[in-house]
Write a new protein. Structure first.
Length: 152
């Protein structure tokens, strides 16, 4: 699995989910399986099959989270760099007004909140750019020109 970029907060959130899945969620699923076994014949026991399905999903997610965390690259707050990198927050202007974007890894992207993926067309266009540069980006609304006002 390739490296994925995360803020420290994003990585801690994943670690919290992992601990939740290994602890309380795993315990609850085990309890459900034991309760379902007490109902008797397992061949037609819907509760048992549902609990086993939950167990499979949970264990798969645990493996996935462990792999993601193992390969995570933590991006810290950007210290006044001259070029935009993953972790940079940029203030730009366009025909839509002024906006702020933070360039994050794909797993943390949330465009509505201003967190754009380094792999998105907008994120890719900003990477490596400097203050006062203009960038043209093809968006669903058409070609948009952004002027980089600040790298925060």
């Amino acid at each position: 699995m390739p490296n994925q970029y995360f803020s420290l907060e994003g990585l801690e959130k994943l670690k919290g989910e992992l601990e939740e899945r290994k602890g309380p969620i795993r315990t609850e699923i085990t309890r459900k399986i034991l309760d379902a076994k007490e109902l008797g014949d397992l061949s037609e026991n819907a509760e048992y099959f549902e609990a086993k399905e939950l167990q499979g999903f949970n264990e798969g997610r645990i493996v996935e989270l462990e792999e993601i965390i193992k390969n995570a690259v933590v991006i810290g707050p950007n210290q006044k760099h001259e070029v935009i990198t993953v972790g940079s927050t940029v203030k730009v202007s366009s025909a839509h007004g002024e906006q702020k974007f933070t360039i994050v890894g794909a797993a943390e992207s949330d465009p509505v909140q201003g967190f754009i993926s380094n792999e998105s067309p907008l994120g890719t266009a900003f990477l490596g750019r400097k203050k006062n540069e203009e960038v043209e980006v093809k968006t669903p609304a058409g070609l948009t020109t952004y002027k980089i006002l600040e790298i925060l």
